[in-house]
Ligand binder design. Structure first.
Ligand code: PMP
Length: 409
């Protein structure tokens, strides 16, 4: 039975008060806290078998290689990839997106082609396509949301044409919380346009709910390790093998080659041809431990807990006059991310007052400025939840926000 209070015991950072007060961490959409088994796995690599991978013919190097490749298999199983070779380790979702931009889009797309993205994208899945349109004359069309913050798939015909070579969208918005209907969108597009590549930014989905890349029918999926209990510095690109096979390497160097001669180089196989140089070995091993941890909890349970917290927070926050939440109101249609404004109070003032109570939230545009401009609003405050969030955390948020209201009223 899932119990956030039991889960919390695994997080060393939650055990130590800061300035005598407990830490109320409500910024997991930015990065998650790390549980003991993940910290132990990283420590174990550094204290017991530090060695480079793929090279040494000695025990600790063989163990490091094996555990690095095991992590790849764990990630593959976690997202239901068909084959572990479909998993490329990168630094983060941003680097995965840049890999697609450099090795696929810049190679394949030219003047006259079209890319469709959405207004709710994180900058890391917006700027590359905007720049591509400036550099190459590839049209970048933007699929807008409705007032509730939902994409309307009936609108797709307006955006997708025979010239659309890439459709990209986030699985879950890091501002609106909106969960997009991936399978429906993919099915609709592929029915009329099977060769259109569909790229999903799953940075806010993989940590929070069960997912199955094969079931989606999309072509490329990206996410980061640090939002799903793993360390910073490790990210994932999943893509179908034929797509990866046709993409040239993104960076050159050691490990991504099979043979190097004075005038010729033979590149390594997928996925190694995209992992040039010494990778973040400890990062991958830590991510493997994070996947084990989440799998033990069960992703259905993780999702149910977040739905419960989101519903509770909606009720609690609605008691504060002048506070408005953006995005869909139904917790079944959204992840555990709530962005809001308070009438007449700047979000930075909100965050500063909350910090006095150790309540950590994020304020600003959350790397989604076009979305804020679309809604014609300034920066917002954002609280986000995860497996260790409790109703008491949300009560602390509510009482600190009430304090903010009194101070600035
Ligand atoms: N996409 C989404 C939806 C995100 O929320 C984030 C992180 N805020 C990213 C991409 C980028 O992730 P990273 O900074 O780990 O590369």
């Amino acid at each position: 039975m899932f119990d956030a209070r039991t889960v919390r015991r695994d997080f060393p950072i939650l055990q130590k008060p800061i300035n005598g007060k407990p830490l109320i961490y409500l910024d997991s959409a930015a990065t998650s806290l790390k549980p003991r088994p993940v910290l132990d796995a990283i420590n174990d690599y550094y204290t017991r078998y530090t060695a480079n991978i793929n090279r040494g013919i000695y025990k600790i190097s063989e163990e490091a290689t094996e555990r690095y490749e095991q992590a790849r298999k764990k990630v593959a199983a976690f997202i239901h990839a068909k084959d572990a070779r479909e998993i490329v380790f990168t630094r983060n979702a941003t680097e995965s997106l840049n890999l697609v931009y450099y090795s696929w889009a810049k190679e394949q797309l030219s003047h006259g082609d079209e890319v469709v993205g959405t207004i709710m994208e994180h900058h890391s899945n917006f700027v590359p396509w905007q720049q591509l349109s400036k550099e190459r004359g590839v049209a970048f069309r933007i699929w807008n949301v409705d007032k509730r913050g939902l994409l309307d798939s009936h609108d797709l015909d307006k955006y997708i044409t025979r010239k659309t070579k890439l459709l990209t969208f986030t699985a879950v918005s890091n501002v609106l919380g909106t969960i997009n209907p991936i399978k429906n969108i993919v099915k609709k597009v592929k029915r009329v346009h099977p060769s259109c590549i569909i790229l999903i930014d799953a940075a806010q989905m993989v940590p929070h709910m069960p997912m199955n890349v094969q079931d989606w029918g999309a072509d490329v999926v990206v996410f980061s390790g640090h939002k799903m209990l793993g360390p910073t510095g490790i990210g994932v690109l999943w893509a179908k093998l034929d797509i990866l096979g046709n993409m040239p390497p993104y960076q050159y160097g050691g490990d991504m080659i099979k043979e190097v001669h004075v005038h010729e180089t033979v590149f390594n196989d997928v996925p190694h041809k995209f992992e040039a140089g010494t990778p973040d070995i400890a990062g991958a091993i830590g991510l493997g431990a994070a996947v084990d941890y989440l799998s033990r909890l069960g992703m259905e349970q993780v999702r149910n807990h977040e739905k419960e917290m989101t519903k509770y927070a909606f009720n609690a926050l609605s008691s504060i006059k002048g506070l408005s939440i953006i995005g869909p109101k139904d917790e079944k249609k959204r992840g555990g991310v709530i962005a809001f404004t308070m009438k007449g109070i700047h979000p930075h003032d909100i965050a500063q007052v909350l910090d006095e109570d150790n309540v950590c939230i994020r304020v600003g545009f959350h790397c989604a400025q076009p979305l804020h401009e679309f809604f014609n609003i300034g920066p917002t405050a954002r609280a986000s939840f995860y497996i260790y969030t409790t109703k008491e955390d949300i009560d602390s948020l509510t009482s600190s926000l009430t304090k903010v209201k009194k101070m600035f009223a």
